[in-house]
Design a protein around this ligand. Structure first.
Ligand SMILES: [Zn+2]
Length: 221
């Protein structure tokens, strides 16, 4: 069994067991890619907070602590990190100790059956990496209500109108807007390079906020 053949089953398991509404395979930034990633709602009734779960998948042939290290590295992007590996008889006592020591969860793969053996602690990655990982999955955070929502399907920002409130209302879309001041500040401090006449500081407002709130500003006309 090759590692990649295990990914879809792990993704399905994340949807079912961890209630992930979105999953992705081999997603990430230039620094590293996560084998399987899932996103789930954890904010209760008063917040749209989501959690990212990253899983390193192995096919039973890799050095255990090295694999654990890879899984641990996912905490740069993810709130919870797991190593999923093929084990007919489960993980050994020492393997569980190593995983506990590093602070990663363990998932046993046995044929088509998948089982969580050790849960992952919670990690708090920098917003920079967390939000970009979400964007890889075509998800963004609304700057009004704080909820996570789909930015687009095949087209990256297909569900958004670009800095055009009226168009967003008419088409029942969200809004994509850019911030120039922050962009200029980051450029002047050498934090962000890129073209001088371009801002990369993108922010989103969800279709729900446009439809139910912003649309009221247009009602008087
Ligand atoms: Zn919103």
């Amino acid at each position: 069994m090759r590692e990649k053949e295990l990914y879809p089953n792990v993704a399905k398991w994340l949807e079912k067991e961890h209630k992930c509404f979105e999953t992705g395979i081999n997603k990430g930034l230039k620094y590293s890619r996560v084998d399987v990633v899932g996103v789930r709602d954890v904010g209760g009734d008063l917040s749209g907070e989501v959690e990212i779960i990253g899983v390193e998948v192995k096919a039973g042939r890799s050095a255990f602590a090295t694999s654990c290290g890879q899984a641990y590295g996912y905490k740069v992007y993810a709130n919870r990190v797991y190593l999923a590996d093929i084990r007919e008889e489960g993980f050994s006592h020492e393997e569980t100790q190593i995983a506990s020591n590093l602070g990663i969860g363990l998932i046993q793969i046995k044929g088509t059956r998948i089982r969580e053996i050790l849960s992952s602690p919670y990690y708090d990655p920098y917003a920079n990496f967390r939000l970009r990982m979400l964007e890889c999955l075509h998800l963004g955070t609304c700057r009004l209500c704080g909820s996570c929502f789909k930015l687009g399907e095949d087209r990256r920002y297909g569900n958004l109108a670009r800095e055009n409130v009226r168009k967003a209302i008419q088409q029942e879309k969200g809004i994509l807007c850019w911030n120039r001041e922050t962009s200029e500040r980051k450029r002047s401090m050498g934090i962000r390079d890129g073209r001088e006449d371009t801002t990369y500081q993108r922010r989103f407002i969800c279709p729900d906020c446009v439809y139910h709130l912003l649309s009221q500003l247009d009602a008087g006309e």
